[in-house]
Ligand binder design. Sequence first.
Ligand code: SAH
Length: 228
Amino acid sequence: MRIDIITLFPEMFEGPFNHSIIKRAKEKNKVEIFLHNLRDYSEDKHKRVDDYPYSGGGGMLMKIQPIAKCIDFLKSERDYDEVFYTSPDGKILDQPTLNNYSTYENIIILCGHYKGVDERVRKYYITKEFSIGNYVLSGGELAAAVFTDAVVRLIPGVLGDEMSALSDSFQDGLIAPPAYTRPADYKGWKVPDILLSGNDKLIAEWKLEQSIKRTKERRPDMGDIISD
Ligand code: SAH
């Protein structure tokens, strides 16, 4: 998969993209991530990328010209499955949607900043908008990093244990069961006996039961997520 991220703050990705799973995925050539600094595409002599909104209202808007130039350039090089915009009024990300995106070959993610982008960008360039929740961030960079992390770990061969992404919460409409590691007894707080029994069938049944119980208790809304 190739991910092109268009941003005013490429440095914001240095932490999240250079450690752990994303780092490993890049090393294994499972993903290529390119950061494009929008300022490099500005034709303004002061390299401006923002301007005042018509009719006032406070705050600045990202101009269409640099964004258009960057996206046009990328699209002239290859086809893209989707041109995403990070937006608080986009569709909130969920696991089934991300599973689907993880099969894509090339995507662009445009990160907004300030008050957002000129509406014509959304109308003429963006094919899909996503939100990471019903709250407002200062910019789309953290949302793009969340998206990238969630998608990249689903690409086959990225996670060491092939099954581990499938057994995570949300994958089968259930959240994950409780999990324990050694020691079996810590200050008298014990790991459930069943997990030490070695009986795979009973353990699988117990895990499923626990998942169902947890989902009912903690996320009764999850019917909405799985039916999406
Ligand atoms: N004026 C806009 C908010 C701008 S916030 C509004 O009222 O909708 C600045 C930028 O941060 C946005 O353009 C968007 O790219 C990004 N952003 C903010 N909240 C987000 C969220 N919940 N999910 C994804 N991106 C978000």
